[in-house]
Design a protein around this ligand. Sequence first.
Ligand code: ADP
Length: 341
Amino acid sequence: MVKVAVVGASGGIGQPLSLLLKLNPYVSELALYDVRLAKGVAQDLSHISTNAECRGYDKEEIGQALKGAQVVLIPAGVPRKPGMTRDDLFKINAGIVRGICSSIAQYCPSARVLVISNPVNSTVPIAAETLKAAGCFSAGNVMGVTTLDVVRAETFLADYLNASKRGGLTRQFDKTRMQKDVTVIGGHSGTTIVPVLLGSSLNAALGAEYGKFVHRVQFGGDEVVKAKEGAGSATLSMALAGYRFAEQVLRSIHRESTDPLPAFVYLPGLENGSAAQKKLKDTVDYFALPITLVDGRAAKVDSTVLDRLSAQEHQLVERAVLELSTSIQKGTGFVVGGSKL
Ligand code: ADP
């Protein structure tokens, strides 16, 4: 049985994510922390007739929320307000993630930490460096959640293939069974997101739609912001994606078989990580690749996916690492003041 903490539980992602976790039979204790309203969200969820004990914790109670947590999910952050630059937003969210990770180091240093707060390409290095500075970093424990990119890739690929029926493909693609057809590697924003088709016939089947497919996976978040008329971003699909990843972590803790979902991880600390880095020409320390979970922690990455890239995917990776290395340095520099540990 597992204590799971959600930090940022009252937000647009935090609330539906907490709801989904309340339904998971492996969660014995669900600790909801936020700087506002977490007790209310917890009270609401506590009326649901599942066995997870749900408690809310106020701003000053992060220690109690985190104490004994084996899994911590972090969707905390602030939305961009008018007049705020991207850099202002980065600094605020970076500070929030650093503060939360300092508390994790203090109260649950061996917890699996699932980072959802954006920009993940920078907040994961921030989490890692904060834990390193506190002397409790373990590469397998820190996982940037990129599952929304996978969820979108599965949806859009099925949509395009079912609509096109090209390349002699006559089967109907089931959106719930697309894992064998597509995965997503790289980072978690814009052109750092690289969808990878796993079947050789799929590229031909997509034909001229390939470019549109890639663009929708990379910039799907913008479609949601636009449709919500700027008043919000992807929260429900992100909550589902975060839950899908957390569910695998919980299954792994309970020695159940898991799916090889990608996560944005620190390569040097993981099995096959340095092989992956070599294939990426030693450009980046962090990269999203399918991972194998052991006891709910990233144990190894699947670097073979990098051997099977098409020429177009190869180009996408080359472009991705350029932007990624800047974002990673930005995150690392935020914690260690410009010098790389
Ligand atoms: P999103 O749509 O990304 O979920 P929201 O702004 O709706 O964005 O939610 C973010 C949540 O994070 C808010 O409930 C906010 O109160 C919370 N939050 C902000 N700072 C912190 C912090 N330091 N610790 C915990 N939660 C925080």
